[in-house]
Design a protein around this ligand. Structure first.
Ligand SMILES: *[C@@H]1O[C@H](CO)[C@@H](O)[C@H](O)[C@H]1NC(C)=O
Length: 455
């Protein structure tokens, strides 16, 4: 929701990206299978082979002719990168050592992302990965009329971390061929989301080096002049304490480069092309405080199956429903117990009730609500699986009292039990380097096809 400077990465080799293809490390995508289902109840599912690629922001970028970094720590080499276009021509992004450098490993149908990985040359923080259909194309999904189901283990995710599984309207080829982008989806290019992030190093085949400001609290990140906007459907943003699912519509289609007001920067948060707040369903925020957490109804000490249904047809999306399964038992999503907000699923009406009662600005409605979200989903989305800490607001919007200066008893302010001084990147990186999220057993198909839906 307040996702901003999400990234982090390498230090010595300098997390870097570029647009030509480097030859120093062969890119071998970890394999991860998933299933498409038909019929009812999850009994007729077919396994599809798939694989994972790492986002280009995390990759080593160096001059095409050798080993010199194009980007080191949080700055660009001003000789090689005098402007974005020539930088993208001069620099290459390379293959990834998934487990050694990035702490990413895939089982047959699972993906494990480890938080801090100390490699030979670098310390890596978090990661962002995409599901691929082939070596050079992202797997595209149209969620409308379908349900998306996966298992997740959040038991090793403390306050301040976010194991996120979500969809964004990226191009299937990662923008291959745009500008100087010769790397494409194989190397994880083309990311965008509804925060219109400025920390994206390569946009439309150019380096985002213009006006680049090194972050003042993240030694691996910075922000450029351009942002990368696109509609985003957050299926799962969570740690062991709190979780939310959130549609974020935008007025733009697909990956769109922005500057200034259209990015919704600073005071223009509600004047941009994307709905940065989204319409979030977080059970704790809807005042059900014993539903999700360690030892609770959904026990985050154990694996949880998460089912999300996109009710509608064509490009019409009318409702986003949530079920959970744990230990063979199916749970409906918790009902809101906030006065004036009724229901346990996301509809336009529910969102407006929630925004009104919480006193939040409804950029969700202004940017078209579920109708616009549906139009975006129907164009096709890419599946993202990531793990990150939050250099902007310590993930307090997800798991704590936020804004921190408001009374936790004010409706909408309490989002989880994490302390208001928790989640600082320095603390979590030092104290919880082994934090890990495991995503597994992805299933996709028409409503009711992936699990035994309650009557
Ligand atoms: C920047 O790039 C130039 C040209 O490749 C190189 O000579 C120089 O050493 C680089 N600077 C740094 C700090 O890496």
């Amino acid at each position: 929701m307040y996702k901003a400077l999400a990234l982090a990465s390498l230090s010595l080799f300098g997390a870097a990206t570029a647009q030509q293809v480097g030859k120093e490390q062969t890119e071998t995508h970890p394999k991860m299978s998933w299933k498409t289902c038909t019929g009812k109840g999850g009994s007729s599912c077919t396994t599809k082979s798939g694989s994972i690629t790492l986002d280009s922001n995390w990759r080593w970028a160096h001059v095409t002719s050798g080993y010199t970094n194009c980007y080191t720590d949080n700055t660009w080499n001003s000789t090689t990168c005098q402007d974005g276009a020539s930088c993208a021509k001069n620099c290459a992004i390379d293959g990834a050592d998934y487990s050694g450098t990035y702490g990413i490993s895939a089982g047959s149908d699972s993906l494990t992302l480890k938080f801090v990985t100390k490699g030979t040359y670098s310390t890596n923080i978090g990661s962002r990965t995409y599901l691929m259909e082939s070596d050079s194309k992202y797997q595209m999904f149209n969620l409308i009329g379908n349900e998306f189901t996966f298992d997740v283990d959040v038991s090793k995710l403390p306050c301040g971390l976010n194991g996120a599984l979500y969809f964004v309207e990226m191009a299937a080829d990662g923008g291959m061929g745009k500008g100087n982008n010769a790397a494409g989806a194989k190397y994880g290019t083309g990311y965008c989301d509804a925060q219109c992030p400025h920390d994206i190093k390569w946009i439309n085949g150019e380096a985002n080096s213009d006006g680049w400001q090194p972050s003042d609290n993240d030694k691996n990140a910075g922000t450029g002049k351009y942002g990368a906007c696109c509609p985003e459907m957050d299926i799962w943003e969570a740690n062991s304490i709190a979780t939310a699912y959130t549609p974020h519509p935008c007025s733009v289609k697909g990956m769109t480069r922005c500057t200034g007001t259209e990015c919704g920067d600073g005071d223009n948060r509600y004047n941009g092309v994307c709905d940065k707040d989204g319409c979030d369903f977080n059970s704790y925020r809807m005042s059900v405080k014993d539903f999700y957490g360690p030892g609770m109804t959904l026990d985050t000490k154990k694996k949880i199956t998460v089912v999300t249904q996109f009710v509608g047809s064509g490009s019409d999306l009318t409702e986003i429903k949530r079920f959970y399964v744990q230990d063979g038992k199916v749970f409906k999503n918790s009902d809101s117990t906030i006065e004036g907000v009724k229901g346990n699923s996301i509809t336009d009406a529910w969102c407006e009730q929630q925004k009104t009662v919480f006193g939040d600005t409804s950029s969700f409605k202004k940017l078209g609500g579920l109708k616009e979200m549906g139009a975006s989903l129907a164009r096709g989305h890419v599946l993202v699986m990531s793990l990150w800490d939050d250099h902007a607001v310590n993930m307090l919007w997800l798991d704590s009292t936020y804004p921190t200066d408001k009374d936790a008893s004010t409706p909408g302010v309490a989002r989880g039990t994490c302390a208001t001084d928790s989640g600082k990147p320095d603390d979590v990186e030092k104290n919880s380097p082994d934090a890990t999220v495991i995503y597994s057993n992805i299933r996709f198909g028409p409503l009711g096809s992936t699990f035994a839906e309650p009557a």
